[in-house]
Design a protein around this ligand. Structure first.
Ligand code: NDP
Length: 244
């Protein structure tokens, strides 16, 4: 039996950063992984690399802002592998800016991807897990889900929302495990969505001590590998060198 017991794990936002690292690490530990994101050419390359290492993987185009797209993605995961054990609601965007910049489109984008995307994952995954009598949601919040920083008000609001939604989901279901992962600064493409030049410059400095996404992937593997009666409710991790 593999360390992760052949669990079927669907990962949103698997085309880069933490999602990509999570797919690689979980597949190496014996999970069957299903990758979703918009950039399918990236998913195809990642799936080929995982298969070359002997991993079990599928992928599908996914836009988490569309409830139907998330439902089709999780139905695909279940159909391909016969069940759905874990949904990693990882897809996220972070176009930081001061509120006074009034970037309403970017605020809405963060709400659509970071909050609605997670809710769409729950809406599609929960009925499948309830039928099975077990399942686990792993939702990506952030250190920005615990404190607010200038330029990050809306981003932090979305990550506080992930914490609140996850806590409610956990309390309402005694047969479903719910884990929040709250990373500090981690190497990825996340800052590439920032269009505000001041926020870009501050983020470049802030991200110099970033930890590798593998560290987050290992935490996710740990939360999955614990026995079914143990709910790892939240893991906060950050660079040792970071005050935030
Ligand atoms: P990346 O930018 O590297 O990855 C983000 C992923 O989200 C990509 O795979 C992207 O894929 C996907 N994505 C974005 N929009 C959509 C969409 N509409 N539908 C489907 N997928 C989408 O950043 P990270 O790996 O850092 O981010 C992963 C998560 O970790 C996010 O929730 C982020 O907020 C959180 N986090 C990250 C931290 C960090 O410092 N890196 C710190 C704290 C939390 P594609 O564009 O192909 O669709």
């Amino acid at each position: 039996m593999s360390e992760l017991d052949n669990k079927v794990v669907a990962i949103t936002g698997a085309s880069s950063g933490i999602g990509e690292a999570t797919a690689r690490v979980l597949a190496r530990k014996g999970a069957r992984v299903v990758l979703g994101a918009r950039r399918t050419e990236r998913l195809a390359a990642l799936a080929a690399a995982i298969e070359a290492e002997g991993g079990n993987v599928r992928y599908m185009a996914l836009d988490v802002t569309e409830a139907n797209s998330v439902a089709a993605f999780l139905a695909f995961a279940q159909k391909e592998f016969g069940r759905l054990d874990v949904v990693v609601n990882n897809a996220g965007v972070m176009p930081l800016s001061p509120l006074a910049a009034l970037k309403l489109d970017e605020w809405n984008r963060m709400i659509d991807v970071n909050i609605r995307g997670v809710l769409h994952g729950i809406a599609a995954g929960l009925p499948i897990m309830k039928r099975q009598g077990s399942g686990q949601f792993i939702n990506l919040s952030s250190i920005g889900g615990h404190a607010v920083y200038p330029t990050a008000a809306v981003y932090c609001a979305t990550k506080y929302a992930v914490l609140a939604i996850s806590e409610g989901l956990r309390q309402e279901h005694s047969d479903i495990r719910v884990t929040v992962i709250s990373p500090g600064v981690t190497r990825s493409e996340l800052a590439s969505t920032i269009t505000d030049t001041g926020a870009q410059a501050a983020m470049a400095e802030f991200r110099q001590v970033a930890i590798e996404p593998d560290a987050i992937a290992r935490a996710i593997a740990f939360a999955i590998a614990e026995p079914g009666d143990v709910d790892v409710s939240e893991i906060i991790m950050r660079p040792t060198a970071s005050a935030y």
